[in-house]
Structures are given as C-alpha cells and as structure tokens.
Design a binder for this molecule. Structure first.
Ligand code: FE2
Length: 381
C-alpha cells in the first residue's frame, strides 16, 4: 500500500511503496516536474531556467490521486502530478556505494575466462536485424568490446561498421589509418614485433572513446589481437594494494604526441580515472606516449612508479587477456576508455593489413538505448 507524508518543514516528502521508503526534496520534485510549462511535450527538454524556481520552494500538501502523486508547491501556488513508477526509478534516497573503483551496474568486468565467449556479431545480420544489433551493442556496452565477422573485404569497409552505431571521429591521422605489416624474418626491421596492451591516443583530450580495427589481409602466422579489461585490472590493483590504486587515481599523468609537423597533442589525466563518488570511469595506459610525470609530489613519486609497475604487470598477466584472431573481413570494436588492446608478435612470412578508425562511445550507447527503448515499447503494445 503506497503512502505519502509531507515533512512539517515542507522541504521534503516521504513516499512509502512496496519497494521501499524514499524521501524527495521539494526543490528536486519541482525541478523534475513534467508538466507542459516545465518541460517540452515532444523532446522532454526543460522550458525554464533553474533560477525561475524560487529558492524558498516548499511542499504545502501531497496526496495520491489517480495512480499518481499530486504535490502542491508554495510560493508558486502550483499543483503538479508525478508518475509513481518514474519517482521510484529516480529515487535517490538510498545507501551510496562505498568502495572506490566501483563500476556501473551495466558493466561486467572480465578476464581470460571470457575467451571462449567473445561477443561476436555477423555483419549482415547486424546490418539487417535490429534485434541482433541491439543484442551485440548491449554486449559491447557491458564488456567494452565486440567482434564482427563476415564483413566485406574491401578498402574502407570499416566505415560500414561505424555506420551501424555512430560516426567516425576524424583526427590528424585522417578519417582512418592503415596498419600494414610485412613480416620478413631476414630483416629485423620488418619483423612484426608484439605490442604491449594499451589504450589509444591518451594524449588527446578527450580521447577517442571507440576504436574500430578491421582486417583486410592476414597471411602471416601469429599477430593475434588481444584485449584486456582495464577496469578489471584497476580493480585487481585496488584489491591487491589500495595505496597503489589511490596514487594512480589521485594524480594526473601526462601524455604527449608531437611526432609529425604541426602536431603537438598533450593531455593531463590520471591513469585510473574516477568520478567524484569513486565510480571507475576510465583507464589510460600507453607507455609509448607517456610524457614526464610532474604532478605527483616528491614524497609520493616512488610509490607512483611502484604502482605503475604493478599495474603494468597485471595488464601483462595472461590471466587477464582474451586473444582472438582476425581473418580478412573480420573486425573488432573496443571501448578505448576501458579496454586495452594489443597485437601479438608474428612468426613466419606474410603480410597483414588492417585499417583502423575512431568513433564515439556516446553514439554507440545512444543507438543501443534507443533500440532498447523501442523494443520495450513494441513489447508493451
Ligand atoms: Fe593501438
């Protein structure tokens, strides 16, 4: 049985429902009203500025009516109606998550156990079937990467992958970049050495949030692609040694790339990035583009380097990695704010040709959520 009571101060009300008891402030309720004078009916955008709401906003009365909650506000002398389900969904009167480095409920951290279950979608199915695309984008959102098979083997095919969920982010490397390797063991310069797992372009601000790598040619043995969950690595570091985790989260590293004429990209960001409430929101790890670290106090620099070393060891631990091979026409998409990628070394002779490009994760997430919402609406009809 749902009940409502207003605190005598008028600054908040208490709503008791089957799922729990939640308090809502008067100013919060007023700010989140959905009446047509407060929010546009079509796009839900607010039609008022915050300063239009009186600072002395109070609740004078509240009652349950017609399946909703009616609230009277002073000094505006306004009565507004709220959807109970919507209030429960947005309730903020709950215990906060405590441990630094927690992850959003929609995220699942992983290690090498995921190798037999790499999230994979078929290109033509993803292109023609919205349910298949929604499911695959859901996996990419949850796990931070996904593979696509059976795509066309042609120059620029990677743009068709980006078209599935968003837009290419052009950089000084162009709309896309070429990753060509000729493997010839008689000449060491052309030996395909492995690359340590890294996130791309940490020297950009903001970093490219999605990377697509698309295989067009692969005749050399080896050269497998490998991914590591940076969030899993950060949480493992935290659980092993919280001082290591804290020092990497609490101080900025610096990254730089000035390797071509007219380019001087710099950024100042932590290797482990947390939201103010401790949520793990990003990992930057790329030794090749790390600049001099100058934002760690002298008495913490030794600890910082010890933490950086241990973080690298965890990232390099085979127990953290998922390896898969890309055949021509296959590609993978990676959340570059979370998942590190690497290439294993080559052996034998042959060529390998991949094309890569960047895109934005908000577009991917937006496509996923809009597909999810339309599925829920269709199911309700
Ligand atoms: Fe890379």
């Amino acid at each position: 049985m749902t009940k409502v009571s207003v605190d005598p101060s008028g600054t908040f009300l208490k709503l008791e429902t089957a799922t729990g008891t939640y308090r809502f402030h008067a100013i919060w309720l007023r700010d989140n009203a959905t009446d047509p004078e407060t929010r546009a009916v079509g796009n839900g955008q607010k039609l008022i500025t915050f300063s239009d709401l009186p600072s002395e906003t109070r609740i004078t009365d509240a009652r349950l009516s017609g399946g909703g909650l009616q609230v009277d506000f002073d000094p505006e002398q306004k009565t507004l109606t709220y959807d109970l389900e919507c209030l429960e969904t947005n309730a903020y009167d709950r215990a906060q998550i405590g441990k630094r480095g927690w992850t959003n409920a929609g995220i699942e951290v992983w290690n090498d156990a995921l190798k037999s279950d790499v999230p994979t979608g078929d290109f033509s199915e993803l292109s023609s079937n919205k349910d298949a695309l929604r499911i695959w984008l859901g996996l990419v959102t949850k796990l931070g990467f996904g593979k696509i098979t059976n795509g066309p083997i042609e120059h620029g095919a990677l743009y068709k992958i980006v078209d599935l969920f968003g837009y290419v982010r052009e950089t000084n490397y162009g709309k896309h970049f070429e990753v060509r390797t000729e493997v010839n063991p008689t000449n060491l310069a052309f030996t395909g050495l492995g690359l340590q797992a890294h996130t791309d372009n940490p020297y950009r601000d903001p970093v490219p949030t999605v990377q697509v790598l698309y295989c067009l040619e692969s005749s050399a043995a080896g050269g497998e692609n490998m991914v590591v969950d940076g969030f899993a690595a950060a949480q493992r570091l935290r659980d092993e040694n919280v001082a290591y985790f804290d020092v990497l989260a609490d101080h900025c590293a610096r990254f730089e790339y000035a390797g071509e004429e007219g380019v001087c990209l710099t950024s100042r960001r932590p290797m482990i990035e947390l939201a103010p409430d401790g949520e793990l929101i990003g990992v930057r790890f790329n030794n090749r583009s790390l600049a001099a670290i100058t934002d760690v106090p002298f008495d913490k620099m030794a600890l910082y380097y010890a933490a950086y070393r241990r973080f690298a060891e965890i990232i390099d631990d085979p127990a953290m990695e998922v390896t898969f091979r890309l055949a021509p026409g296959e590609s993978f998409v990676v959340d570059n704010t979370r998942v590190l990628h690497a290439r294993k070394g080559y052996s034998g002779e042959g060529t390998r040709w991949l094309q890569g490009c960047y895109a934005d994760r908000d577009g991917l997430h937006s496509t996923y959520l809009s597909l999810l919402r339309s599925t829920v609406l269709e199911a309700a009809e």
